[in-house]
Design a protein around this ligand. Sequence first.
Ligand code: DSN
Length: 468
Amino acid sequence: MMNGDANYPLRDPLSQDDPEVYAIIRREKDRQFRGLEMIASENYTSRAVNDCLSSCLTNKYSEGMVGQRYYGGNEHIDEIETLCKERCLKAFGLDPEKWGVNVQPYSGSPANFAVYTALVEPHGRIMGLDLPDGGHLTHGFYTATKKVSATSIFFESMPYKINLSTELIDYDQLQDNARLFKPRMIIAGVSCYPRHLDYARFRQICDENGSLLMADMSHVSGLVATGLTSNPFEHCDVVTTTTHKTLRGPRSGVIFYRRGQKGVDKTGQPIMYDYEDKINQAVFPGLQGGPHNHQIAGVAVAMRQAADPTFKEYQQQVIKNAQALASGLKEAGYRIVTGGTDNHLVWVNMKSVGLSGGKAEKILEDVSIACNKNTVPGDKSALNPSGIRLGTPALTTRNMKENDIATVVKFIDEAFKIAIDVQTKSGPKLVDFKKVLKEEEFETRVVSLRNQVEAFARKFPIPGLDEL
Ligand code: DSN
């Protein structure tokens, strides 16, 4: 405090006001620089997006829609939200007469829940890809003993599956089951699936059963915006997305819905889509309070960036890098689920080299490569999965190209070789594996590899972040 001014400490930068929190953030920033970020759902936002996230917009409450707020002082918040909505439609080439958008969901899970709340009656039926097969929790996940996701508590969920021989979505089985289950909504969306989705087939199955079709394009929205994967807007009623994965914006969620005329009835009268009010009201006041305006500003910036031609070059490189990663790992003897990738992620089945997904994730983490363990087709439990999921969006933002990915493949292969040697000594239990990993002969190999990974990673700047 200075000169009796009680507000003075509020002007201190974080480093002075709260050195403890500042130090943790510095350590995380250092981790981001020295490591290889290969979690398929992560990316690095731009400086401009980061500027929005730390802006004064976080101070403002603005419940309601543009021009109809429950609090005063929202003239500039209205400008931001209006601009964000315009840019969302533009980024995906949508006609505002035919599509509307709600940009207030805090992230992807609330966005999905809002759509179900709006368009599926309580205990109405939904069908999404099963989580162990590459689906997402919010597409209705439950197990034999537990309704895990609220989307399986409040709605009746029947999953569809991967065909175990092709490792692709089993559209035929989905069709058979949908004929019996008659879902109110089918969800076309994935959390771990490296192939293009067949939205036309989903639409056909929906039309047979009077079902709505929702796409959750969170993982691939950057590829959709640039025309590099199949386009959900051609066939779906509703499309949700997070904005921080391939799209490279802030953490947030967006719901697109069809609007305007749907068709004509038997008497020639127009039939209109009725999703807009239902979805807007489900978001607020149904599920949320005040929108996070700093995030909405960040989404506006990211959507503008997504419409820039350079964004297509970036997404093309994301795919080339993922394909280089898949083929490099394959050549090194690893089994790639579906045999390759069309998008930003590579799904690796570790069974063929005798490592669990948990051990693969652990050894990579120890050498500063972040990824996540993941179920593979045929796995029974999400708790002890047999594979890992790797992605290239973040490395590509650091300007890595295929030759850099070849180096990354060598690091990953070397890490797995260490893990296999450790397991030979430790046996299969993860707890024993972790103990043996700390023994000097293995620790020396891990440290040496980690030093190489970190020296390599530090050569690649992160565009939105200054070095420490
Ligand atoms: N956690 C995100 C993912 O990794 O796919 C989705 O919620």
